[in-house]
Design a protein around this ligand. Structure first.
Ligand code: MRU
Length: 353
């Protein structure tokens, strides 16, 4: 693995295929350093997903696909069957990394399908690499279309709250929730952003505040505990967040704390929107079956390397929570905006697909 600090480029591209290798921003180092890492082995990509070098549902979906592209290059297979068997092994290792964001399974499945359609080892290799690159390019296009669809829900002079990071850094580029905010600004609306810090690992302060400042947005950072205060004092007009998984009933799984933000928005009559591509929808599972990733206690008992709690304290550290459909004003996608009742409107988005 190479590691290179770089000057900040004007457009952040979170994950990229370059010279038959995967290059990604090491998000664990932000905001202090912008470091790009280069991987040539799918096991390194699996580690990067597990350790949050890359995170955010669409970004890990594409990273999983790029991991599979590395796997075809690493394989010594001489027959189609051997190559498919190597790919299945890589798929399992990549799939085991994080359980909640459905985009990972979606990305891996797309690659397996394309691999199965090939006839020879060489053809499969070419198909898999081209498909993963295409998925990365499509992610940006989808985010832009989603942004355009969502921007119409926002008005001039709105102050928009967002939670966690659903920006360029959670996707290949442009972002989902932050993509909607970008699109609102691009259509000439003067919008301000309030970013929640997002404990325990602070994607809001480390990533969203970094990304929005980098791109010239008016952004204010608040501790998670100030969500109620800012809403009660008319400092927020609307909320938009991303999602890691949305089931067909409109239950949204997103970063821990999203449920609190949505509940508080309902209490204050503030519209609460979710922005996510169709690849984030899981039309098969019920909300009760979705696995919430539980993460290590040290994320809560310290901030970075600094300890902020006694050694032996028990910790409960779920990475995601579920926001029920009755708290959600609309779900913005690249195919349009779903509104209640979600079981009907989500189904229609897929029929239009
Ligand atoms: O644990 P993370 O950082 O991978 O979780 C990401 C989120 O929950 C984001 O808020 C997001 O909305 C999903 S990605 C657009």
């Amino acid at each position: 693995m190479d590691e290179q600090p770089t000057k900040i480029p004007s457009l952040l591209r979170t994950v990229e295929w370059k010279d038959n290798k995967v290059v990604m921003i090491d998000q664990t180092k932000l905001p202090n350093e912008l470091v790009f890492v280069t991987y040539h082995d799918y096991n390194q990509v699996a580690d990067a997903i597990r350790t949050l070098v890359v995170r955010g549902a669409p970004a890990i979906g594409v990273s999983g696909a790029f991991g599979m592209a590395l796997a075809v290059l690493q394989s010594k297979a001489t027959t189609k069957d051997e190559l498919i068997s190597d790919l299945k092994k890589a798929k399992e290792i990549l799939f085991q990394t994080r359980p909640t964001a459905v985009n990972l399974a979606w990305g891996l499945e797309k690659i397996m399908n394309v691999a199965n359609s090939g006839n020879s080892v060489d053809q499969i290799k070419e198909l898999v690499i081209n498909k993963s690159k295409k998925m990365a390019d499509e992610d940006i296009q989808i985010n832009k279309t989603m942004g355009k669809n969502g921007s119409e829900l926002f008005d001039n002079n709105d102050t928009i709250m967002t939670h966690c990071n659903a920006g360029a850094l959670a996707t290949v580029a442009y972002g989902t929730a932050l993509g909607v905010i970008r699109a609102a600004k691009e259509t000439g609306k003067n919008v301000k952003v309030i970013a929640t810090e997002t404990r325990p690992i602070q994607q809001g302060s480390r990533l969203t505040a970094f990304e929005l400042k980098h791109d010239g947005f008016d952004v204010s950072l608040i501790p998670d505990t100030a969500v109620g205060y800012t809403m009660a004092n008319d400092l927020v007009n609307k909320v938009v967040v991303g999602a890691d998984r949305i089931v067909r009933t409109g239950h949204v799984f997103n970063k821990i704390g999203t449920y609190q933000v949505a509940t508080m928005a309902k209490q204050h009559g503030i519209p609460f929107y979710v922005a996510a591509p169709l690849s984030t929808f899981d039309m098969k599972s019920d909300a009760k079956d979705v696995i919430i990733e539980m993460r290590k206690g040290s994320e809560v008992t310290g901030i970075g390397d600094k300890k902020t709690a006694p050694d032996d304290v028990n910790v409960i550290n779920p990475a995601f929570d579920m926001t029920p459909p009755e708290l959600i004003s609309g779900i913005i996608t690249e195919k349009g905006v779903a509104t209640p009742p979600y079981d009907e409107s989500i189904q229609k988005l897929f029929e239009a697909n």
